[in-house]
Design a protein around this ligand. Structure first.
Ligand code: SF4
Length: 342
């Protein structure tokens, strides 16, 4: 609901006194920027052999265009201008009208979210000769001995999925087949602890399906809005100095009406994650302990219920019998360890 309404969740979090989740240090940001510059330097020369390998390209040569500054002397042109240029290049390439733009750097795409256009900035769009577009994501998390952090890979694939859908929307809007955009995306990461890049092709089809489902749910927004108490608002009531004047308790109460379902994965994509985590912990929500614990204790909603079942203060329902047995076993081991009888 908040995304569809275009609410600045970062501003809400800041007003509530929460920083951005998993905020990167300046050192990490500089490292990421240095890596991206290295990969896209000299017309993305270092990227080309990686893409050839990852996508099995056989292009003899590669056309490259940086869409960062078009039609202006500024380093970065407006999003609207860059989007217009990106659309022109992509559509011409898809129709075979122009020299295929094999690599578009700093393109701007547009995705419709809840009826509103949202601008997105992929790292690179690679265009293959046989008419398939691939999204290339340059990420600064390392691949160590061929393995990258799976949580970060999934987050990157969700990001790429949004770009795939935006590119498909662009093509469909011009009467072209969305099939021109591949589900296969390329992640470019530093290898081990160096700045040397390595590229892997990954299927983002699952993330594309999940994201499409979420976007389609925006069509049910009126239904969701009907469940909110009348006059619910997330307005920060800025004063003449533009600073929010809304009482924090009032805002927290308004947020609670949306019944957020926090999971630790929220920290990778939502500015309100630290607020929702604190609320989930206050309510003793099992999911605040992580996906694995949530799955292990499926059918139990709160930490208080799990503890009451474990120390036999609560009688389990029929569905909770197996998990209660496991909890009581763990409880006995824990008690034995504490008393030194183990
Ligand atoms: S539940 Fe997660 S996604 Fe929803 S507002 Fe809270 S942190 Fe954001």
């Amino acid at each position: 609901m908040m995304d569809a309404a275009g609410i600045d969740k970062g501003a809400l979090a800041a007003h509530l006194g929460h920083g951005r989740p998993l905020e990167k240090s300046q050192l990490a940001l500089d490292h990421g920027l240095a890596f991206e510059r290295k990969v896209t330097s000299q017309g993305a020369t270092p990227l080309v052999p990686l893409l050839r390998h990852a996508l099995e390209l056989t292009l003899p040569e590669v056309a490259y265009e940086d869409v960062n500054s078009v039609g202006s002397d500024h380093d970065t042109s407006s999003l609207g201008l860059r989007h217009a240029r990106t659309s022109h290049l992509v559509l011409d390439a898809a129709r075979g009208k122009s020299e295929p733009r094999t690599l578009l750097d700093h393109p701007v795409l547009r995705l419709t979210v809840g009826g509103h256009p949202v601008y997105l900035e992929p790292d690179v769009v690679a265009f293959q000769c046989n008419g398939k577009f691939h999204i290339v994501e340059i990420k600064s998390f390392p691949v160590i001995h061929g393995q990258a952090d799976p949580v970060k890979v999934t987050a990157a694939l969700f990001q790429a999925a949004a770009y795939v859908l935006a590119l498909r929307e662009l093509l469909e809007g011009d009467g072209l087949s969305p099939e021109h955009v591949s589900d296969t995306v390329v992640l470019v990461n530093p290898r081990n602890f160096s700045l040397r890049p390595t590229a892997t092709s990954q299927s983002a089809s699952l993330q594309i399906k999940i994201l499409s489902r979420h976007l389609n749910r925006f069509d049910r927004l009126p239904e969701l809005l009907d469940r909110l108490p009348p006059h619910t608002t997330f307005d920060l009531a800025p004063g003449p100095d533009k600073k929010p004047t809304r009482p924090r308790g009032d805002l927290v109460a308004a947020l609670a009406t949306t019944r957020p379902h926090y999971t630790p994965g929220c920290r990778h994509h939502c500015d309100l994650a630290l607020h929702c985590r604190a609320e989930a912990r206050n309510r003793g929500n099992i999911k605040a302990l992580g996906t694995a614990v949530g799955e292990d204790l499926a059918g139990i909603d709160t930490i208080a219920t799990a503890l009451a079942l474990a120390d036999e203060h609560l009688h389990p329902s029929r569905d909770q019998k197996d998990i209660t047995q496991a909890l009581r076993h763990a409880h006995r081991i824990h008690a034995d360890l504490r008393t030194g009888h183990a």
